[in-house]
Design a binder for this molecule. Sequence first.
Ligand code: 13P
Length: 277
Amino acid sequence: MAYVKVSEVLQLAIKANTAVMAFNCIDYSTVRSVITVAEEVNKPVICMLYPEHVIKYNWINLEGFVSMVKTEAEKVKVPVAVHLDHCSDFDFIIRAIKAGFLSVMYDGSLLPLEENIRNTREVTRVAHAFGADVEAELGHVGFASTLTDQSDVDKYTKPEIAALFCEQSKCDSVAVAIGSAHGFYKETPKLDLVRLEEIDRATDVPLVLHGGSGIPNDQLEIAFTKGINKFNVGTEFLWLYYQTVRNYDGTDIAGLANTVQKKLMEYLREKMKLSKF
Ligand code: 13P
């Protein structure tokens, strides 16, 4: 039985001075591939769900996702955790916690600092009462498609306010803006590793790097030894899924699911090499 809380795998990552990989999953094929490969390479892993996949598209429900991860996790020895990704809706976060999510992200990164602190504090107060962990965001990790989001230093996390933010919000981990962005990059990102070191020195919570699709490995290897303990990947993983379905020329659905899982697992084996447990 290896179903654990995100805070537990983050402690393992701190001890190993590395990052645990966290993948945006959408269904059984994604969850099963992530957990199967984690067991194969003997490393902890996190399965994340985007709230919009429930709220907007409604193809999966919160309870279904949690029980799918839990069922697969209980079959393996490596620690596996479940996490609700980017959410700014307090009521939905509570719904997710009640549905069994032991870790949630409250994203107040577009709000003024005081409001971000206040709202995150409110979420942590309730989440902690239910025994759930909270990831916050300080600075703003935007979208790679804008080009400016990844390079706009005004949106980066300010080391000088990071300590105050973590202390007052009582978050369990914090996503930092240091030059990454969500989606496919149009320009190769250049992480501000000096800033990362400063944030790490100023705080005592694990740091999270978002926008994991397309950041060069050499930068990630350094970032993982300088305070990044959770690394989020979505776009390239889900794009591979989509491309595999598009290119499938078989005629049976079982063959399709099998082909998808094989492709995802090949990708995951390679990606998880970055996580140095
Ligand atoms: P990508 O989709 O850019 O890999 O980022 C994932 C992410 O940060 C999820 O929170």
